[in-house]
Design a protein around this ligand. Structure first.
Ligand code: GAL
Length: 381
């Protein structure tokens, strides 16, 4: 009798096991701040990233951070994941990896942050730009790197890193800003006079010959194919919007300063309802701070700040729901559906940093974000 029961339960148990294993494997809603397993069950290691939609597929590029336990720094670079539904992501491996060659600036141990990939219709190539800091120099180099590939998932071939716009003044830089004022180099950082001097181009002048600093960055492609490299410059005090050449591999001589002296980082730009919107953060390193929103009629300006886009409790708004913006993703096939993508950094183990994806909602004509513990992408309008 006992044996008979056991025999009966075995298939039932197996059936239950299969069903629960399957439903666990599939991701069916966005759960901000939770572990987000990829097709191999590992947390998606694509941080400070962005998404490119190509051939009916979303490709997510981001910082592939070394797990805390991993010592081999050569297994590092930019990761790529693909998905049709934005929920279930296949690990496509490293799209760009560091180069084990002392002659290369992309040596293991360098810093690769906030990578973004765009497709160039004219050349048929995929172009990746990323914030690049050199090995052993902390965040001093403030460069941007570029790499290219025939295939979206890579491998991307590293071309070079540079500081943009050497020897070129911004388009919106008044004549009188081009000359240094006496004693300006010795002004005390963060004094009123110093902030004023920064607004009036102190660091643009300082870096005129060597090129402008480029840290937190994003890319934006206009409908007509013109692409722009947007980055925190001037010691993170001012954003620079720089036009890219037709092949997207270099800068033209056109760039503008945006929100001078306002200390914006983590730019993420989108176009909706006839206007350009930009999410940014303040500059507190890995620690989250109050999110910021700016709006402009044209990509190159005039940008106006319109406050904090978060609609949560006071404590949540102060830290942007524990996140820092990285990209605003237009959802394909829907007119005004966008997703805010942010990072909840875990500085002690960056690979474990969490993805904070929230739907963009509209309030009084402005894009806002609210907290959801879990939400369904199919509900996006
Ligand atoms: C943040 C920046 C990150 C990373 C970090 C390092 O402000 O947004 O991308 O550079 O600083 O402290």
């Amino acid at each position: 009798m006992k044996k008979k029961h056991q025999l009966l339960f075995l298939p039932l148990f197996l059936l239950f096991f299969c069903i629960s294993a399957n439903s666990q494997d599939l991701v069916n809603s966005i759960k901000p701040g939770q572990i987000w397993p990829d097709n191999q069950g590992k947390h998606i290691n694509a941080h400070g990233g962005g998404i490119l939609y190509y051939n009916n597929t979303y490709y997510w590029f981001g910082e592939s951070r070394l797990p805390k336990t991993e010592k081999d720094k050569s297994n590092y670079g930019v990761s790529c994941y693909s998905s049709k539904d934005l929920l279930n992501w296949k690990n496509e491996g490293l799209a760009l990896r560091v180069i084990n060659d002392t002659a290369s600036l992309l040596l293991p141990g360098c810093v690769i942050e906030r990578p973004k990939v765009i497709f160039n219709k004219k050349t048929g190539k995929f172009v990746m730009w990323f914030h690049h800091e050199l090995k052993g120099q902390g965040y001093k180099a403030a460069m941007t790197g570029v790499a290219i590939s025939d295939n979206i998932t890579g491998p991307y071939k590293y071309i070079r890193s540079l500081r943009p716009n050497a020897g070129v003044w911004p388009k919106n830089f008044p004549e009188e800003f081009k000359k240094a004022k006496e004693g300006e180099e010795s002004l005390k950082s963060w004094s009123k006079e110093w902030v004023e001097a920064v607004k009036e181009g102190l660091f643009v002048r300082r870096d005129f010959e060597g090129g402008q600093m480029a840290r937190d960055m994003t890319l934006y492609v206009e409908k007509n194919g013109k692409a722009y490299h947007v980055h925190s410059s001037e010691e993170n005090m001012t954003l620079h919007f720089s036009e890219l050449a037709d092949d997207y591999l270099d800068f033209t001589e056109t760039y503008v300063r945006v929100l001078p002296g306002d200390s914006n980082e983590a730019p993420a730009i989108f176009f909706a309802k006839g206007k350009y919107y930009m999410f940014t953060s303040g500059t507190t390193g890995w620690k989250p701070n109050p999110g910021r929103l700016a709006v402009a009629p044209k990509l190159l300006g005039e940008w106006k700040t319109v406050g904090n886009p978060c609609r949560g409790t006071e404590d949540e708004n102060k830290i942007t729901f524990g996140s820092q913006s990285t990209h605003i993703l237009p959802v394909e096939g829907k007119k005004n559906a966008f997703i805010y993508m942010g990072d909840r950094w875990i500085p002690d183990n960056l690979a474990d940093s969490r993805h904070i994806w929230l739907p963009i909602e509209w309030e009084d004509g402005l894009p806002v974000i609210k907290w959801y513990k879990g939400w369904d992408i199919t509900n996006l309008k």
